[in-house]
Design a protein around this ligand. Structure first.
Ligand code: PBG
Length: 336
């Protein structure tokens, strides 16, 4: 970069002096249209539960979700991402509940699309809410190490994605990190004439320790126990590998790609955006949310300021949108 000008002719603080000139040169802005709101859905009726490790986040049954979904829509939030909390008795080693057409997710999707057709509905494609062992895929019964099988899992994910598409999901979002699942899901959707169903690929999903509160929220932590996801999610040490993952998912038919987690991985967001220039999303995950909430609750951070800064930084890094548990609060603040 050629640096023009020298002090005192150049004074960087001149443009920062007043609000008007700060606003004029601002490069990134946040709007409610940048947010995807992840919500935890419960079976049954009239149920609301607080998620202890995520202050302000509630799991809700469908009837209680409807008014909040409407609120999100009215605030200008484009889409919700659904995460189901499945009763223990419905979990199994084969995760069959994941493609039950009368299951929780298809029921919720159908109702939301009927009530609020303009609200985008994104579904999570992965088996962890449904497996008795809490892994995102099917475990090889012959492997003492409990290896998560790739190709067998893909067959299950395809069934799950088709069930979601049939129920009316606008976007299916595979978060499982199996190889080849985007291509298989795209082919299956096309074969069944779901040509409009978008795929948001969790392309660069890291084996992160920032997912802890989420696993509490969906109740998979207990099932997973001491298990880990290192054989399919990415090593936090890697960056080139993320670019390859994104390239493959795009080739296989992804419409949007995601980097997850968000704030600790903004270098990856920037690389992906620069390399491909495609719709790119960052997931500000449960652990990031919990850290900011708990520090703010203690008075160590200023809540609204850190919330907005953390989201704005995702955009500055190149994200077109952010999955965030702050979506409702941030959108409300922006509307003020
Ligand atoms: C699992 C899934 C996870 C998250 C979204 N989908 C957790 C995991 O991989 O164990 C994490 C989201 C968050 O932490 O907010 N398919």
């Amino acid at each position: 970069m050629i640096v023009k000008g020298e002090f005192p002719a150049t004074r960087m603080r001149r443009m920062r002096r007043d609000d008007f000139s700060r606003r004029l040169m601002r490069e990134s802005v946040l709007t409610p249209a940048d947010f995807i709101w992840p919500v935890f859905v419960l079976e049954g009726k009239n149920r609301v539960e607080q998620v202890a490790s995520m202050p302000g986040v509630e799991r809700m049954s469908l009837d209680r979700l409807l008014p909040v979904a409407e609120k999100a829509l009215k605030l200008g939030i484009p889409a919700l991402a659904l995460f189901p909390v499945i009763g223990k008795e419905k979990k199994s080693p084969g995760a069959e509940e994941a493609w039950n057409p009368k299951g929780l997710v298809p029921t919720v999707v159908a109702k939301l699309k009927r009530e609020f057709p303009e609200l985008g509905i994104i579904t999570d494609v992965a088996l962890d809410p449904y497996t008795s062992h809490g892994q995102d895929g099917l475990i090889d019964p012959k492997d003492p190490g409990g290896y998560v099988m790739n190709d067998e899992t893909i067959e299950a994910l395809v069934k799950q994605a088709l069930t979601h598409a049939r129920a009316g999901a606008d976007v299916v979002a595979p978060s499982d990190m199996m190889d080849g699942r985007i291509g298989a899901i795209r082919q299956a959707l096309d074969a069944k004439k779901f040509i409009h169903t978008r795929i948001l690929a969790y392309s660069a999903k890291y084996a992160s320790s920032f997912y802890g509160p989420f696993r509490d929220a969906v109740g998979s932590a207990g099932n997973l126990g001491k298990g880990d996801k290192f054989t399919y999610q990415m090593d936090p040490a890697n960056s080139d590998e993320a670019v390859r993952e994104v390239a493959l998912d795009l080739q296989e038919g992804a419409d949007m790609v995601m980097v997850k987690p968000g704030m600790p991985y903004l270098d990856i967001v920037r690389r992906v955006k620069d390399a491909f220039g495609v719709p790119t999303f960052a997931y500000q995950v449960s652990g990031e949310y919990a850290m900011l909430k708990v520090a703010a609750a203690n008075g160590w951070l200023v809540h609204d300021a850190v919330m907005m800064e953390s989201l704005l930084c995702c955009k500055r890094a190149g994200a077109d949108g952010i999955l965030t548990y702050f979506a409702l609060e941030a959108a409300e603040l922006l509307r003020k």
